[in-house]
Write a protein that binds this ligand. Structure first.
Ligand code: FRU
Length: 495
């Protein structure tokens, strides 16, 4: 009998290869075959970027979690590697949940993940526990540490949850020659918290502080934390809360994504939160994770999917779930700015420019079309007179389209996929308040067959969503209520 990992590796090799390339996104990561959720272990190892993912190869629905694996040199062209780990030990029999990876000073790659253990009690009830585990490898094959788990409920404050204790994000601190990890937990009040641990060897861990907690204000359980410094004065704590409540247009109900900006005292390990914001305002964005590139860039990737619409989906073929484009992060006036990785620009082809185009009725511009597209649209009013609405429709044919509508009067930008040909009654539109009031807006729109990512005003806001419109729908149109003047810069992305 093959081991669980060998079974997964054999399966993905046979069935993954049967998926035509044209059925997958061109430059966004999807599972080799089957189901994908969170990005895991997004990190640099021996000069290449590695990405693992929550993976169930045998179905397009979530199942016992494995880790899938890809790597890349430029974050645009990705290469499959065999599945990295499978739920094959007593302490992870119900799944290898999310986690992270780091290059050890001795040259090994360490994976730190959540083992989920389940067992049936005498009364039939299924009990479960989550604990942190490690595995070491060479960038392809990994061996789980013989004394796993390395963090259990014994490492938690009194009374905190042994059931919701997951998603370790590990990093190596060169100045102290040690490892740190943040891990999510659920406290006695039923809501989330992020704990900071320190270790000399990635095996023996000591809790240093509670970085922050929800206190039932920003959702309940907090998942998938990440913690890093943007500069000496600004620490960023990221988490994906479950059961958020909407607040105006700032957050939506359900599975959310937030970042907290604050300061971090390295001596006391205290994080002082100063502000909280949403990371992405689209329909599909969850569980982001970052890495620090050798050139100093902080780069973030996320699962471009919402849990709520993932259970009842119609899969295109034998895969479901995809990642966002990796994004460069910077900080401006206390807010995160997100820009697609600059490497994408190396794959721009067929440049087309239009300037000072008057838009009133609906127009289409010659050669502005496609589904693997990087397009920048700059909109401004005509002669100082504000237009009422400016509308871009993408992935359009005679029947279907997805719209992006800007209404300068109230500064609201709406993404709407209700007419994109979805066969499920799921949330399909989202509104964002932009911070511009003079009718000028710059939208960078990146499409990759099954997704639309919008970067507003040079990355001040990001809006990411999936669309499943038939690939034949390639049209792009522009229209205004009133008169708007636009410039368009459009490229095909060709790999
Ligand atoms: C977040 C999450 C994680 C967990 C994983 C399981 O999307 O629920 O908290 O580790 O997915 O697949």
């Amino acid at each position: 009998m093959d081991s669980k990992l060998e079974q997964a590796r054999n399966y993905e090799e046979v069935y993954g290869d049967r998926i035509p390339d044209s059925d997958r996104p061109l430059f966004h990561v999807v599972a080799r075959v089957g189901w994908m959720n969170d990005p895991n272990g997004f990190s640099v190892y021996k000069g290449e970027y590695h990405l693992f993912y929550q993976y169930y190869p045998y179905n397009t629905k979530w199942g016992p979690m494995h880790w899938g694996h890809v790597k890349t040199r430029d974050m645009v062209k990705w290469e499959w590697l065999p599945a990295a780990i499978a739920p094959d030990e007593e302490y992870d029999n119900a799944g290898c949940f999310s986690g992270s990876a780091v290059e050890m000073p001795d040259g090994r790659q360490a994976l730190m993940y959540t083992g989920v253990k389940e067992w049936r009690r005498e009364d039939g009830y299924i009990e479960s526990r989550q604990m942190q585990c490690v595995a070491f490898g060479d960038g392809v094959d990994y061996v789980k540490y013989e004394n796993n788990p390395v963090l259990t409920s014994a490492d938690l404050p009194e009374g905190w949850s042994a059931v919701d204790f997951r998603d370790p994000k590990i990093w190596y601190d060169k100045s102290e020659n040690c490892f740190y990890a943040v891990v999510a937990n659920r406290t006695v009040d039923g809501s989330g918290a992020i704990l900071l641990y320190r270790s000399e060897d990635a095996l023996h861990w000591e809790m240093k502080s509670i970085l922050d907690r929800s206190r039932n204000e920003y959702g309940r359980m907090w998942e998938c934390p990440d913690f890093f410094m943007m500069d000496e004065d600004h620490a960023i704590l990221i988490t994906s809360p479950q059961e958020m409540l909407s607040r105006g247009r700032a957050y939506h109900n359900g599975f959310g994504n937030i970042y907290m900006v604050g300061s971090f005292d390295r001596k006391t390990y205290q994080f002082t939160r100063k502000a909280v914001h949403a990371i992405d305002y689209g329909l599909d964005f969850y569980a982001p994770q970052t890495l620090l590139a050798p050139d100093g860039r902080r780069i973030m990737i996320a699962w471009m999917q919402s849990w709520e619409s993932s259970h009842d989906h119609v899969a295109i073929g034998s895969w479901f779930g995809m990642m966002t484009l990796p994004r460069e992060l910077s900080l401006k006036k206390g807010r995160l700015i997100q820009q697609p990785v600059r490497e994408l620009e190396l794959y721009r082809k067929n440049a087309i420019y239009y300037t000072d185009v008057d838009v009133q009725e609906r127009i289409q511009l010659p050669a502005v079309q496609g589904r693997c597209v990087d397009m920048i649209v700059t909109v401004r009013p005509s002669g100082g007179k504000l237009y009422d609405k400016f509308i871009i429709k993408v992935a359009k044919d005679t029947r279907f389209y997805t719209s992006i509508v800007y209404s300068p009067g109230d500064s609201i930008l709406t993404f709407d996929r209700s007419n994109s040909g979805l066969r499920r009654d799921i949330v399909s539109s989202r509104e964002v308040v932009t911070r511009f009031r003079d009718g000028k807006i710059r939208l960078r729109i990146i499409m990759d067959r099954y997704s639309v990512e919008i970067f507003v005003n040079n990355g001040e806001q990001a809006i990411s969503s999936t669309i499943y419109t038939d690939q034949g729908a390639e049209g792009i149109s522009f229209e205004a209520e009133g008169i708007a003047i636009i410039d368009v810069e459009k490229y095909d992305i060709v790999l």
